[in-house]
Write a protein that binds this ligand. Structure first.
Ligand code: TRP
Length: 448
């Protein structure tokens, strides 16, 4: 089995693919609306703390488990756990979560396609007022069939790429697309910062009001950190199983976390100044980016082209993320259920189509169908980020920190003592104590 696996070709490819996984709708769509709902500056501080003391060590833990075992998540835990223990059961929660995330993620990625085409054909470039853009979003998502058709288009593309297993395709696409997205974002950042009243937005994002820190803010920031870094559901574990022996894990983890956070903050620097400049509400929820950005674009010279470029890049950023989350179940189907790559990709596609359809209709036909007071879309979005991912993360950190063979952990993290030796004790300390305690504390605080 092992020698059939293709590995990532280069270290740059490793970074590009992992960063491609991390950067996506999480940074540009989810981060601004979570920050908007949870008080801005206070949220950002907790988010940064989470990324540093919990996020980076956890990326390392997934990397170590994946590369040491060179197989899918279930096989990996089985290979590394002590004889007779049941740690590998947690992998089913990871696989389930990855499929749930894919199901709602494809819907939002579908919106980016709608918005990309609507920008080209002019539907989004009239000099209309802000009401026009919020109506546009509501009408579009409420229509049921149009969002569904875009979600299906997206999933089909995702399937076609995965089926061919074009790892070099993923590598090359990520290399090109990430810098491009960065440039466009920076241009908009400058544009947004020059708007009248932009300072209010900066204040909202950077000046923390500590009285706003509630259990909900902590949970939201933690969930967002996990979501944005693709943690917990074993995306990075699966990718690391394709890493070569000489990839420096700690350095790669830090680069990924750093770039991912930079993209999120830049997205915030676009949204909030513009938002306050137009007197719009920050706590809009999932609609936020799709109402605010088109409005800004439409008031920019050449906005039509900027908007189209922006939404297509966002679409590309999404597909490098969905490829990474699909790879979890595909590697599992191939290696544990002995399916061919084609069949495994098809199964992943069919499951995502069924649940993706329900999520796509959550804003229209199925908007009254709720579980725990949430539509299926909201349920999948919240339950995975706020519960399933943290639970998996606790398991991974304890597994790597306490259960795994110490020498193996050391040799993997430091590449046999060649890199990152200085950081090793700190990372192990975070994995053993800080990460599990922090996650548990947020949970308990939330419950009481
Ligand atoms: N991190 C990606 C984003 O920010 C999404 C993503 C990819 C993801 N793989 C994941 C989220 C696994 C959760 C789990 O858009």
């Amino acid at each position: 089995m092992k020698n059939q696996r293709t590995l990532f070709a280069t270290k740059l490819g490793v970074i590009a693919a992992s960063v491609g996984s991390a950067i996506g709708l999480g940074n540009i769509w989810r981060f601004p609306y979570e920050a908007g709902q949870h008080g801005g500056g206070a949220f950002l501080i907790i988010y940064l703390a989470m990324v540093t003391i919990v996020g980076i060590p956890l990326i390392c833990s997934e990397f170590v488990i994946g590369r040491a075992s060179q197989t899918n998540v279930l096989g990996a835990l089985r290979k590394l756990e002590r004889r007779g223990s049941r740690w590998h059961w947690i992998s089913y929660l990871g696989i389930l979560s990855s499929l749930m995330i894919l199901s709602f993620y494809c819907v939002v990625a579908g919106w980016t396609l709608e918005y990309g085409f609507a920008s080209i054909n002019g539907a989004l470039s009239s000099q209309a007022g802000e009401q026009y853009y919020s109506d546009y979003f509501r009408t579009f998502t409420g229509e049921s069939m149009r969002p569904l058709h875009w979600a299906i288009v997206f999933l089909t593309l995702n399937y076609l790429i995965l089926r061919r297993g074009v790892r070099s395709g993923i590598e090359r696409m990520s290399n090109l697309m990430t810098p491009l997205l960065f440039v466009i974002l920076v241009v908009f950042c400058v544009k947004s910062l020059m708007m009248p009243g932009a300072a209010e937005g900066l204040k909202f994002l950077f000046v923390p009001d500590f009285s706003k820190i509630t259990p909900d803010v902590l949970l939201g920031a933690m969930g967002q950190a996990f979501f944005s870094l693709s943690l917990g559901v074993s995306t990075l574990l699966t990718y690391a199983s394709y890493f070569k022996r000489d990839v420096p894990l700690v350095k790669s983890a830090s680069i990924i976390a750093g770039l991912d956070t930079a993209f999120a903050i830049i997205a915030g620097l676009i949204i909030f100044p513009a938002l306050f400049s137009f007197n719009m509400e920050p706590a809009e929820g999932p609609r936020l980016v799709f109402e605010v950005l088109p409005y800004i674009f439409s008031h920019t010279a050449g906005g039509q082209f900027w908007a189209a470029g922006f939404f297509f890049l966002l679409f590309l950023a999404s597909i490098t993320s969905t490829i990474s989350m699909s790879e979890i179940s595909i590697a599992f189907f191939c290696e544990e259920w002995h399916m061919s790559r084609e069949k495994a990709s098809l199964l992943n596609y069919v499951i995502a189509l069924v649940f993706g359809t329900i999520c796509a209709l959550s804003f229209g036909m199925l908007s009254d169908f709720t579980i725990f007071g949430m539509t299926v879309f909201d349920l999948f979005n919240n339950i995975t980020a706020n519960y399933f991912m943290p639970i998996c993360c606790i398991f991974f950190s304890i597994f790597a920190g306490w259960m795994m063979d110490k020498n193996l952990l050391h040799n993997q993290l430091t590449n046999n003592g060649k890199t990152a030796r200085r950081f090793f004790p700190a990372i192990v300390f975070c994995l053993k104590f800080v990460a599990p305690t922090a996650i548990l504390a947020v949970f308990v605080y939330q419950l009481i």
